[in-house]
Design a protein around this ligand. Structure first.
Ligand code: CAA
Length: 241
């Protein structure tokens, strides 16, 4: 029996790589997306997966998306909270809108999605919840008070929920990517990007499939003793003890 995985923000970038990998690993996969119809159609066509449109920052919309996926593919076994945006600005220039957008899409979304799958997972005694955090939630990043706060919040959420559901066969973990070669990087000015790459010991940006490999590992049934952890995948840019 194939297990069911729902990947939010699953039609581009890291999310698409996760969708691709989980599909190849034998999961029935749903890819969430906010509004990029072209990317959604392409993902559905090329990967033969369900695509579901919705706003993860809105609790009712997240509930609707979960219901749609469960009606079509069956109960969700693996939830990957990947959807994320940046609205970078120094705090003294940041608007309340830039703050709120990032907190809702990157952090409130984790509650909105997870709350809507957790009761089913508890009843069935099985689940894998994988939250995509960031190196910048671990070390902070100038220009990203909103994003760093949201991504650090993901780590706290993970540690708390992991304890709540450990005895129910459900693991909850974070993956914290470093700087990965995706569209998100296009918003970073080239002179800043050059400075960032110079601090990565591996000497390059990461590739989305390198994050997907880590997520796929945590999604496995035999990753059952790993919970509450944050796995850093950052080319050695920030090494935690
Ligand atoms: N690393 C090193 N230096 C940085 C930097 C960074 N990440 N971000 C900004 N700086 C430096 C700039 O090079 C500049 O230095 P100089 O004055 O010596 O030229 C100085 O800070 C001020 O920057 P700007 O002139 O660009 O100021 P601004 O107000 O126009 O813009 C900013 C500020 C919005 C923060 C812009 O610099 C920026 O977008 N920086 C990138 C921030 C960043 O790293 N975002 C991560 C995006 S990727 C991501 O979020 C995915 C993930 O999980 C890792």
């Amino acid at each position: 029996m194939s297990r069911v995985a729902f990947v939010t923000g699953g039609v581009r970038g890291i999310g698409l790589a996760i969708v691709d990998r989980l599909k190849r690993d034998g999961f029935k996969v749903a890819a969430g997306y906010a509004g990029n119809e072209d990317a959604a159609k392409k993902t559905a066509d090329t990967h033969d997966v369900m695509v579901v449109k919705g706003n993860v920052g809105d609790f009712d919309d997240a509930a609707r998306a979960v219901k749609l996926v469960e009606a079509e593919l069956g109960p969700i076994d693996v939830l990957v909270n990947n959807a994320g945006i940046t609205r970078d600005a120094m705090l003294h220039k940041m608007t309340a809108e830039q703050w709120n957008e990032v907190i809702f899409v990157n952090l409130a979304s984790i509650f909105n999605m997870t709350r809507n799958v957790i009761e089913g997972m508890r009843e069935r005694g099985y689940g894998r919840i994988i939250n995509i955090s960031s190196i910048n939630g671990q070390k902070g990043q100038m220009g990203q008070t909103n994003y760093s706060a949201a991504k650090a919040g993901a780590i706290g959420f993970t540690k708390a929920l992991a304890q709540e559901v450990a005895a129910k066969g459900i693991t909850v973990n974070c993956v914290a990517p470093g700087y990965i070669d995706t569209d998100m990087m296009a918003a970073v000015p080239q002179n800043v990007l050059d400075k960032i790459v110079a601090t990565i010991p591996v000497g390059r940006l990461g590739q989305a499939h390198e994050i997907a490999a880590c997520v796929a590992f945590l999604a496995r049934e035999d990753a059952s003793f790993i919970t509450g952890s944050t796995v850093t995948v950052n080319g050695g840019q920030y090494i935690l003890g």
